[in-house]
Structures are given as C-alpha cells and as structure tokens.
Design a protein around this ligand. Structure first.
Ligand SMILES: [Zn+2]
Length: 321
C-alpha cells in the first residue's frame, strides 16, 4: 500500500512538472508571436508611409509639369528666389494648395507687367489683383512680395505671387489690354488713394458690356482727383431732364422760388415745366446741379478699363480659363 502511494505521488509530481514545462513553452511561443505581429505591423505602417511619400512626390512631379516654380529666365529666377527661404517650401501641401488656388477664376488680375529690358534696365515683373473674396480690394504684387494678408503673415509666396509667376512662365492671357500698362499711367495710378483706385476699377467693370456711356455722378473729392489725374474726363453737358424727372413738381417749384426764378405758371404740367427749365433756364440748372458732373473713362485708359472689365467677367463665366 505504502509503495502504491509513493508511486502515485511520483506520477503526480511528474505530471505537474510536465504541465509546467508545456505552459512555459506556450507563453514563450505567444510572446514570440506577439513580437512578430508588432514588427510586421510596424513594417506595414512604414511601407505605407513610404508609399504615401512616394505618391506625393509623384503627384508633385506631375503638378510641376503644369505649374513650374523654377524659371529659365535668370533675372526672373533671381527675384523669385527671394520669395522663399528654401526652394523646398514650394512643395509643402499648404504651398501646393496656394499654387492651385492661384489659377482660380476669382483671382482677377487687373494689371500684369511682364519682365523686360528697357535699354539696359531690367523692369521688374509686377501685378495688381482684385481680391478673390472682396471684389473691391486691390493687392499690389511682385515676385518678392505681395501686400495681401497671407504674404504679410506667412512670409511665403501667396496665391497672387504664384499667379504672377505662372503668367510670366505661361503668358496665356489673350487679354493684352491689362498687360504692360504705360509706366506713366501706372505711376499716376499708384499715387492715388485706395478709394480712388477702387472707384476707377469699379467704374471700369461695366465697360465690357456698355462701352463709352457718359455717367452723371456727384463731383466729390474722389471724382475730382480722378479727373485731375487723367482717369476720368468731363464729357459735354449734363442731361438735366432725367434728374428733374426724379423730383416732384412741388420740389421743382420750390427750388425755382428759392433762386428767385420766375416766368413760369404753377398750373403748367410737370413735363411742360421741365421742358421750359431745360430750354430756357441754364443758369438755374448749373447752380442747382452744380455738384454733378458728366464723366467718362479717359481715352488714354479706356483700353485698360475694358481689359479690367473683361478679366472680371471671367469670374461669372462657366468657361474654364
Ligand atoms: Zn498676395
């Protein structure tokens, strides 16, 4: 009996030892499998990252065929290099986004000056753009800087600078009316205040559809300056009849009385009264409407005004530029 118990004890001990060994092996195997799994996952992640980098690089190579950031013209390249600290900056996703946006139809150039030589002097390329979000804001752009908020804050090329560079590399604009504007006109335009410049641009915008229709406007400081600087010209006499028609008969009679004009009958119809004033009371009209003037775009900037209007109209056309 004693021997049997001893044998049983030995068998149990051996069984426990064997079970222990098997469990240790299983734990080891599990740890190895987990390590392998982690290593594989890491490799797959790295491969995916490498593939993404390669894919992006390939996309940039493809995009560069359409949108270069290097010029063959050494004078252009020299200026352009000042726009970025590192050449690689052009390839970051934020900058690629700007290059794409540069070709948007809402980025409206109103003037592009291509690089050229005058005698031996290199004339720097430059441009002016209407803001894409605010139609009545103008940005002055060169290859080195732009006065839009994006370039001011980031000190990297903005979409306007990319558009200028693009236009230089692919002179695709068939609208020669906005390119290389006479330097004297440019100088006078740059000396105008922001409000005066915008007023000229705003008045130009309709010229594509309605050329050369004199407009009667209030002769305020802006209009006076634009006339003085040769952007507007006073055309003929103001047609007063439509302005009298806007007034009531009582208002007309009151104005005549104020200036001691007589010779009419209050019983006359408004039409007869207006006819009489227009034909016989020019002194009264000049005094009463002295704040108004009939203007047109000055002939020397008429082509430019039409070009601005044409570029602006592209914003609303469905035709891809
Ligand atoms: Zn800009």
């Amino acid at each position: 009996m004693g021997v049997f118990i001893l044998l049983l004890a030995i068998v149990v001990i051996i069984a426990i030892i064997l079970a222990n060994i098997t469990e240790k092996r299983a734990t080891k195997l599990k740890a190895k499998r987990e390590a392998d799994y982690r290593a594989n996952a890491l490799k797959a992640k790295r491969d995916a990252e490498i593939r993404l980098v390669e894919q992006k690089a390939a996309e940039i190579v493809e995009f560069r065929k359409e949108f270069p950031v290097h010029s063959q013209n050494p004078n252009v390249q020299e200026e352009w290099e000042m726009s970025c600290v590192e050449h690689d900056d052009h390839d970051s996703s934020e900058q690629i986004e700007r290059q794409k946006r540069a070709l948007d139809k809402f980025v409206t150039p109103i003037m592009i000056n291509y690089p050229r030589f005058h005698n031996t002097l290199f004339l720097h390329p430059s441009a002016m753009f209407l803001s894409s979000s605010h139609p009545y804001k103008l940005y002055d752009t060169s290859l080195m800087m732009c006065d839009c908020p994006d370039n001011k804050h980031r000190d990297l090329p903005c979409k306007h600078m990319y558009r200028l560079f693009y236009e230089i590399e692919h002179p695709r604009s068939t609208n020669l009316e906005i390119t290389d504007i006479d330097s004297d006109i440019q100088l006078r335009f740059r000396q105008l205040s922001d409000n005066e410049r915008l007023f000229f641009v705003e008045k130009s915008l309709r010229y594509h559809f309605q050329p050369l229709i004199p407009r009667i406007i209030k002769k305020d400081a802006i209009v006076k300056s634009l006339i003085k600087n040769g952007f507007f010209i006073i055309i003929g006499n103001v047609d007063y009849a439509p302005m009298l028609e806007k007034m009531t008969k009582d208002q007309i009679i009151l104005s005549l009385a104020k200036r001691n004009v007589d010779g009419y009958k209050p019983s006359w119809s408004k039409v007869k009264l207006i006819d009489w004033i227009v034909n016989e009371q020019s002194a009264f009209l000049k005094k009463h409407f002295k704040s108004l003037v009939s203007i047109n775009i000055h002939p020397s900037v008429e082509a430019w005004a039409k070009g601005i209007s044409y570029e602006y109209d592209k914003r609303w056309s469905n035709v891809q530029q």
